[in-house]
Ligand binder design. Structure first.
Ligand code: GTP
Ligand code: MG
Length: 265
């Protein structure tokens, strides 16, 4: 997994957690080291392949334990936590901006923003007067359950609320990391090509809902929506879909209905 893309190599930069100030410019930072599994004691007689597998199992099982703690925390507070996953630029933050604007009188939202660098997305959410923590993963290409645990505690989530976790834009690694969320929502935009679900099947297999975004651009690009759905259903027969445009608002009401339908209690 991440040994291939390099994100589990020792990072030069640690993970940082930042909260925008009211005007989005001030930052406080919590630093902590990105605990990747390098300290794990290997049997030096193992070959490289078996070591790699051993480390992956170790990382994922450690992550899964923390994810279960998060899940218990969310359940105890009746918090609906959703993990938004996609390639970079599919429209995750735009979707959040519109969703929060349209539903904030009915639902309390908190947001965790994951990006390698910058406060850009957190600043966009903070502009809506919505509590948000930016997690900058440095070299890391996904959020893990420990990062979400720290950020969620910092947010002090109210009972009966929604936590939106915008993962790092990456269609591969975030699929492997359970964050303790209720479900993953995969966003694919019509500019990406309809074959993504079969090229990157793990993400579509791991998701509960698929939002096909930027439908306003569909007339201008060769994106076969029907084929995209068929491909995605091949890897996940239970996947649900909504076609929408976070820009124009087209199709957003079905997504809102779905979201309200998942609220605990
Ligand atoms: N035409 C159109 N553009 C969109 C739509 N949704 C998002 N965009 C544009 O797509 C670009 C990327 O949108 P973001 O919301 O920043 O995407 P993101 O998935 O949050 O990006 P990362 O966080 O970098 O992975 C921006 O220029 C948006 O204005 C849409 O429905 N239609
Ligand atoms: Mg974003």
């Amino acid at each position: 997994m991440c040994d291939t893309c390099g994100c589990s190599q020792p990072g030069e930069s640690g993970v940082t957690y930042s909260k925008p100030h009211h005007h989005g410019d001030g930052i406080f930072h919590h630093h902590h080291d990105h605990n990747h599994p390098h300290e794990h004691n290997h049997d030096h007689h193992h070959d490289t392949a078996s070591r790699t597998i051993e480390v992956e199992v170790d990382v994922l099982s450690k992550n899964n334990r923390m994810a279960e703690r998060n899940r218990g925390y969310f359940e105890a507070k009746n918090v609906l936590a959703l993990n938004l996953v996609s390639s970079p630029g599919s429209g995750k933050t735009t979707l959040l901006e519109r969703t929060i604007t349209d539903l904030k009188n009915e639902i309390h939202f908190s947001v965790i923003e994951g990006d390698q660098q910058t406060m850009n997305d957190a600043n966009r959410i903070a502009a809506l007067k919505t509590p948000v923590i930016q997690v900058n993963t440095g070299n890391g290409c996904h959020l893990d359950a420990d990062m979400v645990n720290r950020a969620a505690k910092e947010l002090d989530l109210p009972e009966h609320s929604v936590l939106m976790i915008e993962n790092v834009g990456n269609l591969v690694c975030p699929s492997l990391f359970d964050l303790g969320e209720f479900g993953k929502v995969v966003i694919i935009s019509v500019t990406e090509g309809e074959d993504k679900p079969i090229k990157y099947p793990t993400m579509f297999a791991a998701s509960t809902l698929c939002l096909i975004n930027k439908m306003d651009l569909a007339p201008y690009v060769d994106f076969d929506v029907k084929k995209c759905r068929e491909y995605a259903l091949k890897v996940n027969p239970n996947l649900q879909f909504f076609e929408l445009s976070a820009k124009t608002g087209q199709g957003m009401s079905e997504w809102y209905q779905w979201l309200k339908g998942q609220l605990p209690g």
